[in-house]
Design a protein around this ligand. Structure first.
Ligand code: ZN
Length: 219
């Protein structure tokens, strides 16, 4: 894959940081770029982390302002006053309608302008089955749509699609990046550095890490 380039949709969290490090190892640092979306997340901590990590890893990062999302949708991820809960249909109220479709569309427009075909997204349907736009079928359909929309051969990669959180930690460990990701990434919905240990995101992350470390001990 020597002169192929890749664009990673990068939030600064565990999953997208794992994808970014994997992309650097696959394509070479000079062939990887990151794109980060700002859309009125509850906390800036995540965005600061994303900037810090991209800089630390020596990857060019483009930050796009999608705060217009606030004009058309309301949800707990963007509203500090709202409590995070799971609705009766199993979808957490942190779900932002259309988010991954928008992210992929903007990422593709940017990528084409840069001559980049490979777009990498850390979406995963294993643990977060409540998010419809994290499903493989959605990503595949979006890939077709983008190729038709721009007459360009985009290839969307979702390396974490079928991994559990424990397997994502295992992948980080294989790449020699477990401690880095553990210490540098931010995943907490409540914006607490080091994690609140209570929100669904923290619980998932910590349970996955404990599971992985446990399985490692068993070997
Ligand atoms: Zn938390």
């Amino acid at each position: 894959m020597s002169n192929q380039q890749a664009l990673v949709i990068f939030s600064g969290g565990q999953d997208s940081t794992t994808c970014l490090i994997q992309a650097i190892q696959t394509y070479g640092r000079e062939n990887v770029q990151a794109i980060t979306f700002q859309y009125g997340q509850r906390h800036d901590v995540e965005l600061e982390r994303a900037r810090w990590i991209a800089q630390d890893l020596g990857v060019k990062q483009t930050v796009l302002d999608l705060s217009l999302m606030r004009q058309i949708t309301h949800n707990a991820l963007m509203d500090e006053a709202a409590a995070i809960e799971t609705a009766e249909n199993g979808v957490p109220n942190t779900f932002v309608d259309g988010r991954n479709a928008l992210f992929l569309l903007y990422a593709a427009i940017y990528a084409k302008g840069q001559g980049i075909r490979h777009i990498i997204a850390g979406v995963c349907e294993t643990d977060f089955s409540g998010y419809p736009d994290c499903r493989d079928v959605f990503v595949k359909s979006m890939n077709v749509t983008l190729n038709l929309a721009m007459d360009y051969d985009f290839q969307i990669h979702t390396p974490l699609m079928y991994l559990t959180k424990a397997q994502t930690w295992a992948l980080a460990d294989e790449m020699g990046a477990l401690d880095y990701i553990r210490e540098q990434t931010h995943t907490c919905y409540n914006g607490i550095v080091g994690g609140c240990h209570e929100c669904p995101s923290c619980v998932l992350r910590e349970r996955g890490l404990a599971e992985y470390l446990e399985s490692k001990k068993a070997i």
